[in-house]
Ligand binder design. Structure first.
Ligand code: MG
Ligand code: MG
Length: 294
């Protein structure tokens, strides 16, 4: 499998995870069980009343950011802020409080960096980080870190969010490189546990994960390391309920890079909104080309 198939796999993995998880967002595992048995089909619905195959803010913010990166041939805070501002004007189906606050701060002040906050350790920066991972693939880690923070701080300026988002980028990049799964565990995930003990990987099953980056990433890591293919990973993570579209999106980008496009079930790809699917495919290739890190 080549790099491009893995990059497209990461993009479509994110979109598929978002579309699959959105149906059960904010439900508990018990409620999901009663309503769906095991939720494993892209059917739309959920609290947002989505059409089957429709995605939410996770995917659409990533696409907005990716377009700005391709246009600038760089990850720039101001271009990212403009892209998010424009995205919000388009009346997205869903928007998180911290994201809204950050974009309003940019509109008021022109400053693309939100003030440092102890409280904004939500998963909103991590859920849209995929274009940064692709654009900086194959380049120095410091470059990825700078780029990651530039986009993240538009709305989420918090050390836990930073550390978690950078870990996700490193996992995606290792996956793109076709390494062994344990290299992801003993590399970025273990380094994250050392640097930010609050984010340490735990065995005790994380159910009903909230939008707090710690809960979100615990659920994602457990699902990814406890399963052996893309489909099982995504079914595992979204059936935990909670912020299921976002755990689905993040697990989808990591698992999509690792297992590649061939790993994503055809029935999920077919269910995805065709416009979103085409946009994801184009943008993944464009970001690799723009970054030049082959
Ligand atoms: Mg969402
Ligand atoms: Mg969500």
């Amino acid at each position: 499998m080549n790099l491009e198939q893995r990059a497209v796999g990461a993009y479509l993995g994110m979109a598929v995870g978002d579309a699959l998880g959105a149906t059960v967002e904010f439900l508990t595992p018990r409620e999901i069980q009663v309503k769906y048995g095991t939720h494993d089909a892209i059917t739309g619905g959920g609290w947002l009343g989505l059409k089957a195959g429709q995605v939410t803010d996770d995917t659409t913010m990533a696409l907005a950011l990716g377009a700005a990166i391709v246009e600038e041939q760089a990850v720039e805070a101001e271009a990212a802020a403009w892209a998010f501002d424009c995205w919000m004007r388009g009346k997205p189906v869903d928007i998180g409080n911290t994201v809204r606050r950050g974009i309003v701060h940019f509109r008021r002040t022109g400053d693309p960096e939100s003030p440092l906050s102890e409280h904004d350790a939500g998963n909103g920066a991590a859920m849209r980080t995929l274009p940064v991972a692709l654009f900086t693939y194959g380049r120095r880690d410091e470059l990825m870190v700078r780029a990651s923070r530039a986009q993240a701080h538009v709305t989420h300026h918090n050390p836990l969010s930073d550390a978690g988002t950078e870990c996700v980028n490193r996992m995606i990049q290792l996956g793109l490189g076709g390494v062994e799964k344990l290299d992801l565990l003993y590399g970025p995930v273990q380094e994250l546990s050392t640097a930010q003990p609050a984010l340490a990987f735990r065995q005790r099953r994380e159910e009903n994960p909230s939008g707090f980056i710690v809960d979100t990433l615990r659920a994602v890591f457990q699902a990814f390391f406890d399963t052996d293919d893309f489909e099982q990973c995504l079914i595992d993570v979204v059936n935990r309920g909670g912020d299921a579209d976002t755990t689905g999106a993040i697990a989808g980008m990591i698992a999509g890079a690792y297992y590649g496009l061939d790993g994503i079930p055809e029935r999920w790809l077919k269910s995805l909104d065709p416009g979103v699917r085409a946009h994801c495919e184009r943008q993944a290739v464009a970001l690799l080309a723009a970054g030049g890190g082959r």
